[in-house]
Design a binder for this molecule. Structure first.
Ligand code: SF4
Length: 390
């Protein structure tokens, strides 16, 4: 049996169904909904198989795929089973991801009644042309309605997802999305850059030249626009893609407690096809196929596809990369305690160079990216890693 980690853990449940695949999406999900009941039975079984984990959870995140394609009763059973088999705090953050095209006021009301206290809504854009380009199944009006319904159903913690960097998107168009999102006063906003994931229909269109990808300079402009607009509109920029609203009915900005686990090396357990788990130093993930997942669980076997034990070097690299994603940066004392590496000494040369270029700052015992540095996070992380760890 594993040792009990000192940080509270997160529980993630992956619902692998969507009404229709969006052309840019690389998450594992299928649009054949005929196996939902069988999946729910298997999922409860997988929870039971994991029940002896010596972990205390303070978040439960029901994601996917599109959890809101399931009937509210199925979601209710999922939560009840999670409570039964896992040690979940009574004040845990319990999130469900919803797609505005699959939700009703009644469903949201049911979710709230069953103890879900946070909704994350996949809005992506408030422009119907953008939504069509992304092959989303909903309109901008559906998105606005779902936020209104969530509020009426009693949710005081609402997160919205937006996507930027669409081909031909300009600053005006993106600013309009940000303004409309801001007007809805969500507690949380995630702004994701559109990426071209191999194997998706979007990547095929890019490869064959049917779509011309936005220029890098334009994408950086849009990213800057988001940071300017949101920080001036009382949002705390706390992770490269994530913003939490300051003020409102809460004392503290409502960061995503669950997603923070991914950036701070807290333990998490993922259930359902393709879900990832991490308990330092091990990382493992389930089969990325519903058929294989069902076969394994129904045979009484684990759904795990692979497991890797991260070496100290791999964990150091992750700590650099994940630390730089957050706006508080890499905590140098913690870094030394975990890896026995004095950051200032080991990374002296690249840090000096990056400081000169205005990309990085050492503040109050933390190594933090500047606004300019945030735009080049990948190359900065690899420069630190290549020069500091070699
Ligand atoms: S609804 Fe979400 S998970 Fe489903 S295909 Fe679209 S982006 Fe992917």
């Amino acid at each position: 049996m594993e040792a009990t980690p000192d940080k509270p853990a997160g529980l993630y449940v992956h619902i692998p169904f969507c009404l229709q695949k969006c052309r840019y999406c690389d998450f594992y999900s299928i649009s054949d909904l005929s196996q939902t009941s069988r999946f729910m039975v298997a999922l409860k079984h997988e929870m039971q198989m994991n029940r002896r984990r010596p972990l205390a959870f303070d978040t439960l995140y029901i994601g996917g795929g599109t959890p809101s394609v399931l009937a509210p009763e199925a979601i209710g059973e999922l939560i009840e089973t999670a409570w039964k088999y896992f040690n979940i705090a009574s004040d845990a953050e319990i999130t469900i991801e919803i797609n505005p095209g699959t939700v009703t006021f009644e469903n949201l009301f049911e979710y709230r009644k069953m103890g879900i206290n946070r909704v994350n809504i996949g809005v992506q854009s408030f422009d119907d042309d953008n939504l069509r380009f992304l092959s989303r199944i909903h309109s901008a009006r559906d998105a606005r309605l779902s936020v209104e319904w969530a509020r009426r159903a009693g949710f005081n913690n609402v997160g919205l997802d937006l996507i930027f960097g669409l081909p031909r998107q300009d600053n005006m168009n993106w600013l309009d999305d940000l303004t409309q999102a801001g007007n809805l006063e969500p507690e949380h906003l995630s702004c994701y850059m559109l990426t071209c994931e191999s194997g998706t229909p979007l990547s095929m269109d890019v490869k064959t030249g049917r779509i011309r990808w936005a220029a890098e300079g334009m994408i950086l402009d849009l990213f800057n626009t988001a940071i300017d607009f949101l920080t001036e509109s009382s949002f705390l920029h706390y992770e490269i893609s994530n913003f939490a609203r300051i003020g409102g009915s809460h004392h503290e900005p409502r960061t995503s407690k669950h997603n923070l686990k991914y950036w701070t090396f807290a333990p998490y357990i993922g259930l359902g096809p393709s879900a990832h788990s991490f308990i330092e130093p091990a990382r493992y993930w389930n089969h990325r196929s519903l058929a294989t997942y069902l076969r394994q669980i129904e045979d009484g076997k684990s759904a795990m596809a692979e497991k890797e034990c991260l070496t100290k070097t791999q964990r150091t690299i992750e700590a650099i990369y994940l630390g730089l994603r957050t706006t508080w940066g890499i905590n140098l004392a913690e870094f030394q305690a975990r890896f026995g590496i004095n950051f200032a000494n080991a990374f002296r040369k690249p840090v000096a160079e990056l400081e000169n270029q205005g990309m990085i700052e050492i503040n109050d015992g933390h190594c933090v990216l500047t606004r300019k540095g945030l735009l080049f996070i990948d190359s900065i992380a690899s420069m630190l890693i290549c020069q500091g760890l070699s």
